[in-house]
Design a protein around this ligand. Sequence first.
Ligand SMILES: Cc1ncc(COP(=O)(O)O)c(C=O)c1O
Length: 391
Amino acid sequence: MVDRSVFSKLSMPCAFLDWDAFVQNVDHIAKHANGKKIRIATKSIRCVQVLKFILERNKCFEGLMCYNPHEADFLAEVGFDNLLLGYPTVDLEGLTKIASQIKKGKKIICMVDEKEQINLIEKIAAKNDVVFPLCIDIDMSTSFYGFHFGVRRSPIKETKDLVPLLTQILQSLNVRLEGIMGYEAQIAGVGDDAKNRFLKNKVIQYLKKKSLNEIANKRKEIVKYIEKDGYHLEFVNGGGTGSLESTSKEKVVTEVTVGSGFYAPTLFDEYRNFQYKPAIGFALPIIRKPADKLFTCTSGGFIASGAVGKEKLPTPYSPKNCKLLPLEGAGEVQTPVFYSGNEKLEIGDAILFRPSKAGEIAERFSHLFVVSQNKIIDQFSTYRGDRGCFL
Ligand SMILES: Cc1ncc(COP(=O)(O)O)c(C=O)c1O
């Protein structure tokens, strides 16, 4: 665990990567790949040096899942290859950049789940005289007694939904089907071991168990359907940090996407099946002491995306026994912290926080201080530091 004193001479607020914890997470993920490839979800990293390190650390790490065509172009320019756009795009300028990267020999795969998206891609591909590799996004949500368990993504829910897309792709000279992807968010992104939520945890555990079989069968059926006439899919992608164990067990899956597990923000503390080491954090300076046990820091309001809830707030964790105030939370320019411990906190001291989600915090800082054994050993530029603002 990084000591607060490391930051006392630095300009705060600043973000940091606990290198020792991070490397342990990388190795833990590689160890649990189960013979599958791991594609890195860039949205949960947003730092070129971190991406490079992971890819070089173990052969199981192969390829990136990006979130934006301009980002894919940027990553291709700095040397990455095998980039899967995890989400459909209708950005003509972005697609044109992808076309020129494909022309230069880079493999960048676009995600589709509607004919209109393919029409657009075909147009750009024809204009630039290239063939775009495509991936079809398969909806992996499940429904129990009318309750929708999962996220709203693709309209492709069963084999019959594939027919119009497959027909269009197979008849086209400008696109080809490279793979399929199905993200079971209800397993990968929903914690089932949250503190003080016994009943909710039990319900989620039950739903997860029920949905696992359905997911595996669906993926198998879809692959069988696509490959029935001898067509070969180059990859079958599934899962995320929270489903590494179950997704990697599926025979038809060739690769699992993982992102958040490398940094292990607080939302990923709440799973029964694994425990990663907290590796990403930020340090805020105490600037005032408005009352007994209250310490106000600069900045801090880095709220994670998604449905609104307290779990999206950052968590002060060092020193121990710090809490945010319910009526103020984490503020735009300052954050008061209630501290009930015995350490003497001074103006200028650092309070350390963990973000709720992984990659978004990199948008707030131009670099990450890399800390090992309480020493700053490096400084990595984030996407923001590289002037890459992709969303
Ligand atoms: C398509 C897709 N795959 C995988 C993931 C998993 O990412 P992470 O491991 O960061 O949770 C996500 C997260 O939202 C996703 O959208």
